[in-house]
Design a protein around this ligand. Structure first.
Ligand code: KIV
Ligand code: ZN
Length: 511
């Protein structure tokens, strides 16, 4: 079996998804989960972009011990030194530098000749080599680059000391036949192909990013760049869960394996979906809600006789375990913490009491507490960011024939109580009008989504909000509660809380 390395860029390219931004706490949580998941390299951000991004990469490099941590840098000395400053505290620091090579980027974006591009690659890879041995070079827009010039660019990077060559399909333009052939061509033309790691980085504009990554593996790539749930710029990136599972289920064909701990996939996907506010479609391969649901009678009959008739991936394999233990208000600590461990959460002693109390509150309003409720409870427990302000009380007066009225009290981190009331055409509008007044900030509500966490009348609601401030910055908030108005208020307040948090995080450079 060949070993295929997994390079995760959820925290960098994933954060380039429109409407998504992560704060430091969220990035740390994801990085720790990526480490548990077994990824080989975490691209933690783009350090020159902002002090906030620099701090995220630096903190993650210092915390993560099992995965290598890298930071992105343009072929610019200041970017490369900044990336090094951010990753140098890590166990295995790496620098990822890139420069576009395609004619359209050379002419319109860079205004550089071929010779200038080659000189810049040579200079900046050598510059990065002063700091770390593991220098990765990416010829951006490789798949629209003249093949002979691509060979020259890659050869220049290797001769200057690059240890990893990543071949990006930046605009999601290629297809498996073409991408496979490109790797074969590079393998034939590049001196020292086998001495460096060749990697793929595919975007999903034409829906082929996973197939393209697998074609790269079949033709010489030994590393795949990907993101959890396939989030990323425009239509997103290669979805890690799909590549890892394809290699596992079809090892007869690919003869390759990864270090990914497959039963951590569902948990990783839930976390990224929760923090990014990007819901996973029910029919999503590998980890979607319907991935294990059998609808037709013929399928159900076959499945009951032998699950393998219609199921190639078991729920347990991705970490969706089927439990017969029903948790409710009579359940004790042992049952709760055993079940949490079964679904992948090991809880430190000091965290147990507040969690148990939260569980009891939940069980008071829900007859049965499902695994999905527990995951939501854990996300609320671990990932809520109401550090700058939180909802203290909410009172809504509903009148079907008139405007709705909401009274709200918010408590700030300094302990100050802010109270007010407002009306609106609907209850949520009234609630949001009060919060706007109390926060004293003019924002636009870009997105509001509500979904139920489990079936049943007593299901909890999960609300996601996206707000945009006057300067165009985007913040996402999530609120979970058995009451939709409470969940809506908390989601909105959390978005404001993050906006206050993010003063450090203003982006200065765009990728
Ligand atoms: O899509 C792309 O080309 C990138 C590079 C920076 C690797 O994200
Ligand atoms: Zn990309």
């Amino acid at each position: 079996m060949r070993k295929i390395q997994i390079f995760d860029t959820t925290l960098r390219d994933g954060e380039q998804t429109a409407g998504v931004s992560f704060n430091l706490q969220e990035k740390i949580q994801m990085a720790q989960q990526l480490e548990t998941l077994g990824v080989d390299v975490i691209e933690a951000g783009f350090p020159i972009a902002s002090p906030g991004d620099f701090n995220c990469v630096k903190t993650i490099a210092e915390i993560v011990k099992e995965s290598a941590v890298t930071g992105l840098a343009r072929c610019v000395e200041a970017d490369i030194s900044r990336a090094y400053e951010a990753v140098k505290g890590g166990v295995a620091p790496q620098i990822h530098t890139f420069l576009a090579t395609s004619p359209i980027h050379r002419e319109f974006k860079l205004k550089m000749t071929q010779a200038e591009v080659l000189a810049s690659i040579d200079h900046h890879v050598r510059y990065a080599k002063q700091f770390v041995n593991m220098v990765q070079f990416s010829p951006e827009d490789a798949t629209r680059t003249e093949p002979d010039f691509l060979v020259k660019a890659i050869q220049t990077a290797i001769d200057a000391g690059a240890k990893v060559i990543n071949v990006p399909d930046t605009v999601g333009y290629t297809n498996p036949t073409e991408f496979g052939a490109l790797f074969r061509y590079l393998r034939q033309e590049i001196r020292g192909f086998d001495e460096v790691i060749f990697s793929s980085h595919c975007h999903d504009d034409l829906g082929m990013s996973v197939a393209n990554a697998l074609a790269a593996i079949e033709n010489g790539a030994s590393r795949i760049e990907c993101t959890i749930n396939g989030i990323g710029e425009r239509a997103g990136n290669t979805a890690m869960e799909e590549v890892a599972m394809a290699l596992h289920i079809r090892k007869d064909h690919y003869q390759a394996e990864t270090n990914i701990v497959l039963n951590q996939l569902k948990r990783s996907s839930d976390l990224v979906s929760h923090l990014s506010g990007m819901a996973v479609p029910r029919n999503k391969a590998v980890i979607g809600g319907n991935a294990f649901a059998h609808q037709s009678g013929i399928h159900q009959d076959g499945f009951l006789k032998n699950p393998s008739t219609y199921e190639i991936i078991t729920p347990e394999l991705v970490g969706v375990s089927q439990s017969t233990l029903v948790l409710g208000k009579l359940s004790g600590r042992h049952a709760l913490f055993t079940r949490l461990a079964d679904i992948g959460f090991s809880i430190e002693k000091e965290e147990q009491q507040p969690l148990f109390e939260r569980f009891k509150q939940l069980a008071d309003v829900k007859k049965e507490v499902s695994d999905d409720d527990l995951r939501a409870m854990m996300s609320g427990h671990l990932y809520s960011d109401e550090s700058f302000c939180h909802l203290e009380s909410l009172d809504v007066h509903y009148n079907s024939a008139a405007q709705q009225l909401a009274d709200i009290t918010i408590r700030t981190a300094e302990g100050e109580r802010l109270s007010g009331s407002a009306t609106g055409a609907g209850s949520i509008e009234a609630v949001y009008n009060v919060i706007d007044k109390l926060m004293g900030e003019s924002v636009t509500l870009k997105d509001y989504r509500i979904q139920s966490i489990s079936p049943g009348m007593d299901a909890q609601a999960e609300v996601h909000t996206v707000i945009a401030t006057a300067d165009g910055s985007i913040y996402h908030g999530v609120g979970i509660d058995h009451d939709v108005l409470n969940a809506s208020a908390r989601a909105y307040i959390q978005a404001f809380s993050k906006q206050r948090h993010a003063t450090l995080n203003t982006s200065e450079v765009e990728v």
